[in-house]
Ligand binder design. Structure first.
Ligand code: C5P
Length: 233
């Protein structure tokens, strides 16, 4: 089964407060997004990449990222939508039917390696739908609008979910189509749509280093983790 990677990188990055979307900020001398893409380019199980970017940034992404870094697996650079869910759907719609498996990974999670991507794809070949995450270390509480605790959850059963997430193409496409037609609530990951289709989703342990770069502090942390990973090789 051929595999396509969809990289949603069309967020505006308002929480970063830098004026430039976080996926384009410098990380160890390269745009953060280029570091994420390199892991997929170098992964032997990935046959093609569809990159989803903010409207107005297509030329920059094509010239200064895809061409400059010679990411020849990137087959299309497409505009994203209002929500992450819309961006992923637009990426899926731009994908040719020849791909049986889809692996989806946030453009702003640069600390990932080709071997881990390989492992997730291999798991999806047998388990149909696979997501990555970590058991919760902190206690998780639900609070109301006044900042008061409503409920405390049993930590033993809670996982914090990351990307990559991998699915059969027909499953994830059907899930996104149904979500659009039936107007399902905003989905902050892709698995939730597949879960709602009644498809069992397997969770495998991710990595603490696989952070989502959202704030200036995350960017500093990613820089540290990159240095650390380089030294530990
Ligand atoms: O911060 P958030 O979880 O929304 O972003 C996760 C990923 O989804 C980021 O790589 C971001 O660029 C992308 N995204 C997108 N389109 C949106 C919003 C987020 O591709 N409309």
């Amino acid at each position: 089964m051929r595999t396509v990677a969809i990289i949603p990188a069309a967020g505006s990055g308002i929480r970063m407060g830098s004026g430039r979307a976080k996926q384009f900020l410098d990380l160890a001398g390269s745009p953060l997004l280029a570091i994420t893409l390199k892991a997929f380019q170098d992964c032997r199980s990935v046959d093609a990449i569809i990159l989803v970017v903010p409207t107005g940034d297509e030329d920059y992404c094509k010239k200064d990222i895809v061409e400059k870094f010679k990411f020849n697996k990137v087959k299309k650079v497409v505009n994203g939508g209002k929500r992450r869910q819309d961006s992923v759907r637009l990426g899926l719609e731009a994908t040719d039917a020849e791909y049986g498996l889809v692996i989806i990974h946030d453009g702003v999670r640069p600390i990932i390696n080709p071997e881990f991507i390989d492992m997730v794809i291999a798991a999806a070949r047998t388990d149909r739908a696979v997501i990555t995450g970590l058991p919760a270390k902190d206690t998780v509480k639900e609070i109301n609008g006044s900042g008061q605790v409503v409920e405390t959850y049993d930590r033993q059963r809670l996982w914090l979910v990351q990307t990559p997430q991998a699915f059969r193409y027909e499953d994830i496409m059907a899930a996104h189509n149904k979500a659009t037609i039936e107007g399902w609530d905003e989905a902050t990951d892709d698995s939730i749509l597949v879960e709602r289709m009644g498809i069992p989703v397997k969770v495998i342990e991710g990595s603490e280093s696989n952070i989502k770069v959202t704030t200036p502090n995350d960017l500093k942390m990613a820089g540290f983790l990159m240095g650390h990973n380089a030294h530990s090789k």
